[in-house]
Write a protein that binds this ligand. Sequence first.
Ligand code: 2HA
Ligand code: ZN
Length: 274
Amino acid sequence: MFKNKKEILNAPFVQDMCRATANMYRQGWDERNGGNISYMLDEKDVAEYLDVTKVIREIPTGFDAKALAGKYFIVTGTGKYFKNVEIDPENNLGIVRISADGSKAELLWGYSDGGKFTSEFPAHMMSHIQRLAVDPNHRIVMHSHPTYTIAMNAVCPIDEKDFTHKLWQSNTEAIVVFPDGVGVLPCMVCGTNEIGEATAEKMKNFRLVVWSNHGIYGTGKDMDEAFGLIETVEKTAQIYMLALGHTLNVIPDETLKALADRFSVHPLDGVLSV
Ligand code: 2HA
Ligand code: ZN
């Protein structure tokens, strides 16, 4: 009955995950098993490749994910290395559906060595819930450990308006790409529901959230948006860190305001003095 399903390894969403993880690894952002990605899928797209009535096993979500009941996600596996995803997608990725009561993830494909989704699953799922409430086209949550972003975060106060301002002042692209700014959380224990809840709270207002001394979350309607946001923060943080201690010129607030006007974006309130 399901003989005519297409080959899952050719699915655009599997290929997107392979390409994104490989790119992130090559950027040097995702050492060892660092980083994780989750991508919300439409049932009709999954059903082209898989028999969605066939659940391989059930994995406890560890929190109340009822708001996502019936939703499908392709998610990187816990302990898996981004550099290995493209070599063996079926072991390093999994496709899950959230159960009706939100307590389980129903595995439909992947995690072939008996593994499970990323330890940051709560932060991912809670962030999906929050971003979907703001933007129905939202699909991707991407977490990474980009070097200069973490370094910049180590030399700046834990203050998202100040952090956002410093980024905007360092590179004219920054205010155009993320006029909504970057949320900043203090250092917290990762992999917990608490950090998930704190991240999701920030996701009400931000597509980007920094985890102090750890890394960053980027979100978006597709892989390019989430990746492009993180890439632009990281490039800008690199400029900030290379100039740190030698800086003579930063972009004045008048110019930042003019850039925002020129590109018809609304900058996060309370950052610019004009
Ligand atoms: O998956 O990045 O935050 C490893 C991590 C934990
Ligand atoms: Zn991490």
